[in-house]
Design a protein around this ligand. Structure first.
Ligand SMILES: [Zn+2]
Ligand SMILES: [Zn+2]
Length: 248
């Protein structure tokens, strides 16, 4: 199996290594392709997100990835991880920015429900009632469906991210999950197994096994990504993923 990743971060957003360092490390580790996908977030109400790429850095980001690609022995793809918000008044601004460049791929991800950060701090979740926790999970899946229906994205990032900090819903989300997966099927895009989840409190890949089984039933293609934020995490938990796929 070719070792690839189409989800990793650099110092342009919240990663710890430069583009060149990530690509050179991937070469040494035997990757055949690496797609760089720093965070781009045009939040509807929050001015700037400190862990995302500042908009005025996007030009340099694109240029640098292309430059590194010309000297690399492996294929280097130009990507972004873009946050989706339903009814975002900045959607047109986002589209115009994305059209300016020839991205090879765009990851559609949801890290926020309105202003609530899903994967940031445990203490944010601790302030929620169980009913609010349920609603966050419910809204997440509704937003995934809307995100996929824009046809803007190459694949959906870390499906089931709200499980990360272990604040589980006590309602059944089956209907919303199934609708989101059917939208993914209709959009003819893959999902990723995001191996970073194994290093988080949820201690498992995104998405969970039962969602992966649903994807297989629907014939949705699955790609494996590490969501590496440092060279040390390139290809992390890929061995576990291969075992998981064998046992699905
Ligand atoms: Zn993400
Ligand atoms: Zn990411």
């Amino acid at each position: 199996m070719n070792k690839t990743t189409y989800h990793c971060h650099t110092t342009y957003s919240d990663g710890h290594n430069t583009i060149r360092e990530m690509v050179e490390a991937a070469e040494l580790l035997g990757f055949t392709e690496i797609g760089i996908s720093d965070h781009l977030i045009l939040h509807p109400t929050l001015d700037s997100i400190d862990w995302a790429m500042p908009l005025d850095k996007l030009d340099d980001y694109v240029k640098e990835i292309k430059k590194v690609a010309t000297t690399s022995s492996i294929i280097v793809k130009l990507g972004l991880e873009v946050d989706f918000f339903p009814h975002n008044p900045r959607a047109e601004e986002l589209n115009n920015i994305l059209l300016k460049y020839d991205f090879d791929f765009l990851i559609g991800s949801i890290h926020f429900i309105d202003e609530f950060p899903l994967d940031y701090l445990k203490k944010d979740w601790e302030l929620l009632t169980q009913n609010e926790i349920n609603n966050i999970h419910l809204q997440y899946w509704k937003n995934i469906k809307l995100m996929v229906e824009t046809n803007l994205f190459s694949f959906a990032g870390h499906l089931d991210l709200p499980k990360k900090l272990k604040f589980s819903p006590n309602i059944n989300l089956e209907k919303e999950i199934d609708s989101a997966l059917i939208a993914i099927k209709k959009a003819k895009i893959p999902i990723e197994i995001n191996t970073a989840g194994w290093g988080k409190p949820c201690k498992e890949q995104y998405p969970s096994k039962n969602i992966l089984q649903k994807c297989i039933k629907l014939d949705i293609p699955i790609i494996i990504n590490d969501d590496a934020h440092t060279i040390k995490n390139l290809g992390r938990f890929y061995d576990k993923t291969e075992m998981l796929l064998k046992n699905l």
